[in-house]
Ligand binder design. Structure first.
Ligand SMILES: Cc1ncc(C[n+]2csc(CCOP(=O)(O)OP(=O)(O)O)c2C)c(N)n1
Ligand SMILES: [Mg+2]
Length: 701
């Protein structure tokens, strides 16, 4: 046996074909070595898909490693995120540079070889799965299967919308493609199917999914779970379906990608037949190659199969870096230089449009974004949270041209339809429309609005609060990615009583409050809705959930009670005991704030020093100074009652051991709202009674 030395893998006289192969094997061996070093990870799929990723990046994609956030770059989404070593390898080999959260270019590598050596270790820029907020060059956080492909549909919608609004004759400012790589898992997950269906309907011909058809998942062969005719399925969705029968045939792969780029009016689905763990003598085509290190001996044998030095680890021949620099590096640099020149001319010809693009890229708002936000006069009958929201959204969307969104077929109920002149619907023939119609696809909707946010649009998605359950995985990802996505959820409690417990949220508020970084707001009246949006619009790196009422809520008299601007602090003293020295504090959110006010007034009338606190957002309140928090909830006032038509879970933190929570411990029921309020105890008299009981002033005690 002759050992090949590192210098022997490359020589000055290598042909292009040899350089292609060297680059592919470099991706493979880096992936194998990193997983082995970490003693955990997924080597098999990077080994199989290295030729695809190589071809896509080095031959096809318009991406400049020097500026991974150049607005007109092609997007690459690794939806089978467990194959993250593909991405870390290619980001490293292309010399992609890092940017920070302020979108400044740092000049340092996005992923260094040292990061790859520390794959999956704390603070390495090569974590277990692709993480958008953590590694430059990652277009979307993936790992939960199906999310990446669903987000890619949002990215494709965004590109169409951007092109429609900003391109002008001779100025193609936006014209990029979105490539998503996915596996059997992504194909099996429902969210992928929802998204594919919508993408077909919308004729998104800027979107290409490449499906790694390896017949393997964790439990073994897909014979045991997944035997449908996937080509027929995608044809049924209206996609252009292509097949490449050999994942190592890079010319065929390039050809298929070329067909994609020439195909108009349909997204493209490329079925790529591959062998997981390609080249590994004992693990190829087996589930064992999916999610564990190959083992040192097997790695040696596989490297021998590739013609790679068996004992070298983390070897990156200079020729590979040079080959990537000559491919994607040069092509990307030229494309970006041309674009920058074009954009300079565009800026003189269309200064206003250019400045919109600038603002959007930095997630900033145009001046005047708050103009003409409504101020609702006091009104005991009031207005529903959802109606106030509809009014506000329609104003904001006129002030912020890149604010857009829609509902999962509940627009008329959610009141999220943008109705002003020119708002329009986003449909294949009208890609400039501001109203998106997601159909009854909540999960894909949430992922798609994330895709829109990743494309720097300000996007909202809407449904009934109860069906947020169908969207939760994508909402969680919006928080993990630190995206300012907006989720508008109406019918936030028992307001649509007759629909019954299937439609009445109970645990949803508590569960969203548990998601780190997600801003949850449940406004108490129309003016709190305005202030909630004012707060949300300023967010640049956090998503928000708005829980809004179906039924009218009294519009509070702000000359009597504190200003709604208190929303920006999460909780605020709405009404207080004369002299401000309360003996009991009533805390509510949303529809229960008016109820607390009624109880508060009754207590005051009986000479009990009551304070009422509106608490639309725990999360925002938690971020205030301790001094402020204690000014709202003074520690020495321990008689406290919290009222919320939702799971009581967590309210203990605000009412303490000696307080009481009026909330839900069961599911709701089907009945008119008033009856439900009585049955579940959401009545002012009950709250007053509890307060008095706690104070030892109840007649009953
Ligand atoms: C939503 C979700 N469910 C389960 C998993 C755990 N998981 C990770 S990879 C995988 C198997 C995926 O099979 P496939 O997509 O065919 O990937 P391959 O092994 O072929 O690379 C599973 C079940 C996950 N990451 N996301
Ligand atoms: Mg598979």
């Amino acid at each position: 046996m002759s050992t090949i030395t590192p210098s022997a893998v490359s020589s000055p006289r290598m042909t292009d074909a040899q350089l292609d192969q060297l680059s592919i094997n470099c991706i493979r061996t880096l992936s194998m070595d990193a997983v082995q070093q970490a003693k955990s990870g997924h080597p098999g799929t990077p080994m199989a898909l290295a030729p695809l990723v190589y071809t896509l990046w080095n031959r096809v994609m318009r991406f400049d490693p020097q500026d991974p956030i150049w607005p007109n770059r092609d997007r690459f989404v690794l939806s089978n995120g467990h194959a993250s070593m593909l991405l870390w390898s290619v980001l490293h080999l292309t010399g992609t540079r890092a940017v920070n959260a302020e979108y400044e270019r740092l000049g340092t590598p996005a992923v260094s070889l040292d990061d790859i050596r520390h794959f999956r270790q704390l603070s390495s820029k090569a974590p277990g799965h692709p993480e958008y907020h953590w590694v430059s060059g990652v277009e979307a956080t993936t790992g939960p299967l199906g999310q990446g492909i669903a987000m890619s549909v949002g990215m494709a919608i965004a590109e169409k919308w951007l092109a429609s609004r900003y391109n002008r004759p001779s100025f193609e400012i936006f014209g990029y493609n979105i490539y998503a790589v996915c596996g059997d898992g992504c194909m099996m997950e429902g969210v992928g199917a929802e998204a594919a269906s919508l993408a077909g309907h919308l004729a998104l011909d800027n979107l290409c999914w490449i499906y790694d058809n390896n017949h393997i998942t964790i439990e073994g062969s897909t014979r045991i779970t997944f035997t449908e005719d996937i080509a027929a399925r995608f044809l049924g969705y209206g996609w252009n379906v292509l097949r490449v029968g050999d994942a190592n045939d890079i010319d065929r792969i390039e050809h298929a990608l070329d067909i994609f780029r020439k195909t108009k009016g349909r997204p493209t689905f490329i079925i790529l037949d591959s062998h997981i763990g390609y080249g590994s003598p004992h693990k190829q085509d087996s589930a064992a190659a999916h999610g564990e290190p190959l083992g040192e001996e097997e790695i040696r044998l596989t490297k021998r199969d590739y013609g790679w030095p068996e004992d070298a680890t983390f070897l990156v021949p200079d020729a590979v870096r040079e080959h990537f620099a000559a491919g994607v590096g040069t092509r990307g640099m030229q494309a970006r230089a041309q674009w920058t020149e074009l954009f300079t001319a565009y800026r003189s010809a269309y200064p206003e449009l250019a400045s919109e693009i600038d603002l959007m890229q930095r997630r900033e708002l145009p001046s005047g974004w708050e103009a003409e936000l409504p101020l609702f006069p006091a009104d005991p009958k009031g207005i529903a949270g959802r109606d106030a929201s509809g009014r506000v959204l329609n104003v904001l969307a006129q002030n912020v041209p890149w604010l857009l969104g829609g509902s999962a077929d509940l627009g008329p109920s959610n009141k999220t339809t943008l109705k002003f002149e020119g708002a329009g619907d986003f449909e294949p023939g009208t890609p400039g429309g501001r109203n998106l119609h997601f159909g009854i696809r909540e999960h894909a909707m949430a992922a798609i609005v994330n895709g829109l946010s990743l494309s720097k649009l300000r996007a909202f998605g809407a449904t009934f609060f109860i069906f947020s359950d169908y969207a939760r995985p994508a909402i969680r990802l919006s928080a993990l990615m630190e995206l300012p996505t907006i989720f508008v959820f109406t019918h936030d409690a028992m307001g649509d009583g007759e629909d019954g417990p299937t439609h009445q949220p109970v645990e949803q508020l508590a569960s969203f409050r548990a998601i780190p970084g997600l801003v949850v707001l449940r406004p108490a009246d129309a003016n709190e809705v305005v202030e909630a949006y004012r707060y949300i619009m300023r967010l640049r790196h956090q998503p928000a959930v708005l829980a809004l009422s179906r039924q009218p809520l009294p519009t509070l008299d702000r000359s009597k009670y504190a200003a709604a601007s208190g929303v920006a602090r999460g909780a605020y003293v709405l009404g207080d005991a004369p002299g401000g020295n309360p003996e009991v504090i009533l805390i509510g959110s949303g529809s229960e704030v008016s109820l607390c006010i009624q109880a508060h007034e009754e207590l005051l009338a009986e000479g009990i020093r009551s304070r009422v606190v509106s608490m639309p957002s725990w999360d925002i309140f938690e971020h205030q100074t301790q001094e402020y928090q204690e000014s709202v909830l003074p520690p020495d006032i321990t008689v406290r009652v919290a009222v919320e038509q939702a799971s009581t879970l967590g309210w203990e933190r605000y009412v303490g051991r000696s307080g009481r929570i009026v909330g839900m411990k069961t599911f709701g029921a089907s009945a008119p709202l008033k009856e439900l309020q009585r049955k579940f105890g959401f009545e002012p008299e009950r709250v007053t009674e509890i307060a008095k009981e706690l104070l030892g002033k109840s007649k009953k005690t």
